[in-house]
Design a protein around this ligand. Sequence first.
Ligand code: APR
Length: 230
Amino acid sequence: MDIKKRIVVLTGAGVSAESGIRTFRDSGGLWEDHDVMDVATPEAWERNMELVLRFYNQRRKQLYEVSPNAAHYALVELEKKYDVRIITQNVDDLHERAGSTHVMHLHGELKKVRSSVDESLVYTLDGWELKVGDTCEKGYQLRPHIVWFGEPVDMIPAAAQLTETADILVVIGTSLNVYPAAGLINYVLPGTPIYLIDPGHFDMGHITTLRFIKAKATEGVGTLLKELLD
Ligand code: APR
């Protein structure tokens, strides 16, 4: 029997940058011109629900206008030879739209909304706009299904367990600044090859199994494919 090697891929905003979705830290600490604390925290929601809804409505609307890029598609290509498991920090659905079959979202999903009181009530929003007064079946206001700063990242234990099973770890387009997501790379077993694809600067010389492909995602994942599929 042919058992496929497992590749766990951790992606961040950079994998979607060439689709036209701006990364957070490449735009001067502002996220589409907003201080992240004004739009992506529970306090922001308490203070100004309308602003938070408007911000995520814009992000959601934009998502309908963009498409997966060559990097998303190349990761689908990898499934021919490998058991590919994607763990993404992104709230977009570009991995799914490209055709990746195993995608875990650490920080939530833009196209989903949930009850602001009963977390178990999660819905896929029809269209892009969520308004004040849109409620769950129990009558509570709906909020974006997003993990905001200061909120627990419930998927971390499952993501850590998955990372431990990696034969190869691939990290694409993340500044590795935001924890606990950034800590996932520490869960690989000793000796596991790690590929890092990013045009930015990283100080990770201490990881002896690291192969740093300093390139944008579309180009870098192309290089990865050549190395892993040949
Ligand atoms: N291809 C690959 N990487 C790129 C590209 C590109 N075309 N353009 C930029 N990058 C890299 C940057 O060099 C940087 O390392 O993408 C990374 C983006 O980093 P961040 O903006 O910090 O995004 P991310 O690491 O995903 O942020 C983590 O923080 O904003 C919150 O919750 C949000 O999930 C997000 C988390």
